[in-house]
Design a protein around this ligand. Structure first.
Ligand SMILES: Cc1cc2nc3c(=O)[nH]c(=O)nc-3n(C[C@H](O)[C@H](O)[C@H](O)COP(=O)(O)OP(=O)(O)OC[C@H]3O[C@@H](n4cnc5c(N)ncnc54)[C@H](O)[C@@H]3O)c2cc1C
Length: 401
């Protein structure tokens, strides 16, 4: 097939799979137990145990393209590796490849000053700290980011920041030391896309209050450390502004393309894992005198799942190829397509896998409930399905106008 992995990627695939077999899959039960017991405000000891092992083996920062810090892989090369990591909710952070840190590191690598890179990017790349991205607000429809109301006001050598944010993933993590904050520096600008800016805000700055951890489908911290945060008269040096006032949208576009495709790559791994679990369970479980696998409805779902996964993978690899060859901006249609198609596909496959597991499918014993929650979240996070469809429809209609 045209997207066959190169020998370099095959070698990394083999090493990643070996690490998953030795350290990730056998520890998934412990991961869930630690997350349940310690909660979203704590560092999970298991993650800290496994990170140095991944780093030692060079399975580290694989997401970073063309960089002295990462493996220098293209999007197309990273896709099959990211898919492997997506098979387990424990894996991405262990390999220092988890959202939102990856997107934040890319922003810092592209737009931060050398001093800020030394202070924030280096410890993020080393996996010593974590980061958050604060855009979404409870009081406005944030799927339209021009609505964001938080203010960033220049005062001498500083900016003063005020705002109420939620769904700020990671803010409850004690290692979360830096926030990329989006707000308005020029609310009266007639160009709504020039009103917003992004600025670096150290999380220990006075005036920041992490109000609460927000449960995702009733779970805290798993699969996401969603948080609600207040910023009250938070003062940071003027040099913390990224790229320049009014350029927040430009940065957001650069950040969201890779972030979205990484989510899709991981989702394909999640769907593969769910299909594998479904097949194994259906073969071993006997109801009404025969294995569940022998029911026509189960076979129909297994076949359909395989078709849907292959379709989604090809679409994602094509998007990766387009990003590598024509750039993230020109590939925006392909990115929008996968952002809708892939999480919907994964949600459907996991739903069938849960059904095949009976009541147990809803527990934490098989990893399906959290995987399902993650897939459902991804129909909202980084833009709801409807917004991506709207963009696609506009691009399609433009051809005939
Ligand atoms: C677990 C989780 C983690 C997240 N992490 C982060 C994070 O780290 N940082 C961050 O800033 N945000 C984060 N988000 C927020 C996420 O990006 C927003 O929820 C999303 O952009 C939608 O914004 P909103 O919630 O304000 O929904 P709204 O803007 O209020 O939209 C509500 C609904 O309106 C509908 N709608 C909107 N526009 C259209 C349209 N054009 N056509 C038709 N229907 C439409 C859609 O169905 C949409 O879901 C996270 C969300 C979740 C659930």
């Amino acid at each position: 097939m045209p997207f066959d992995p190169s020998p370099k990627v095959q070698e990394l695939q083999a090493r990643l799979n070996a690490f998953m077999d030795e350290h990730i899959y056998p520890n998934e039960k412990r991961h869930v137990e630690e997350a349940e017991k310690l909660g979203p405000w704590a560092v999970l000891p298991l993650i800290d145990e496994l990170k140095p092992l991944a780093r030692e083996q060079g399975l580290w920062n694989l997401f970073l393209p063309e960089s002295e810090h990462g493996a220098g892989l293209t999007n197309l090369e990273y896709a099959p590796l990211c898919e492997i990591m997506g098979r387990s909710l424990l894996a991405p952070e262990v390999f220092n490849c988890s959202a939102p840190d990856t997107g934040n590191m890319e922003v810092l690598a592209r737009y931060a000053s050398p001093e800020h890179q030394e202070r924030w990017l280096k410890p993020l790349l080393d996996g010593e700290i974590r980061s958050c991205f604060a855009m979404t607000e409870p009081d406005v429809a944030s799927s339209d980011a021009t609505n964001i109301q938080s203010s960033i006001v220049r005062d001498g050598d500083e900016y003063v920041i005020n705002g109420h944010k939620w769904y700020t993933t990671n803010a409850t993590d004690p290692r979360c030391k830096i926030c990329i904050f989006m707000g308005k520096t020029d609310p009266e600008n007639p160009n709504r896309h020039r009103q917003q800016s992004m600025i670096l805000v150290p999380m220990d700055t006075p005036g920041i209050e992490v109000l609460r951890s927000i449960p995702v489908f009733g779970f805290y911290g798993m699969p996401d450390r969603a948080s609600e945060v207040i910023f009250r008269n938070v003062r940071v040096p003027a040099e913390n502004m990224l790229l320049g006032e009014g350029r927040g949208f430009e940065i957001a576009q650069g950040r969201l393309g890779p972030g979205r495709i990484h989510h899709c790559m991981r989702e394909i791994g999640r769907a593969e894992r769910a299909l594998e679990l479904m097949c194994r369970r259906a073969l071993s479980r006997v109801a009404f005198g025969k294995p569940i696998a022998e029911n026509g409805v189960t076979m129909e779902r297994i076949a359909e799942a395989r078709i849907l996964i292959e379709q989604a993978r090809l679409l994602t690899l094509n998007a990766a190829h387009r990003m590598d060859t024509v750039g993230n901006k020109v590939a925006k249609a392909e990115i929008a397509m996968i952002k809708v198609a892939v999480p919907n596909m994964t949600g459907k496959v996991i739903d069938w896998a849960i059904q095949a597991h009976g009541g147990g499918g809803t527990s934490n014993d098989f990893g399906l409930a959290a995987a399902y929650a993650m897939s459902r979240v991804l129909r909202l996070a980084d833009g709801p399905d409807e917004v991506h469809r709207q963009q696609l429809a506009k691009m399609e209609l433009r051809k005939y106008q």
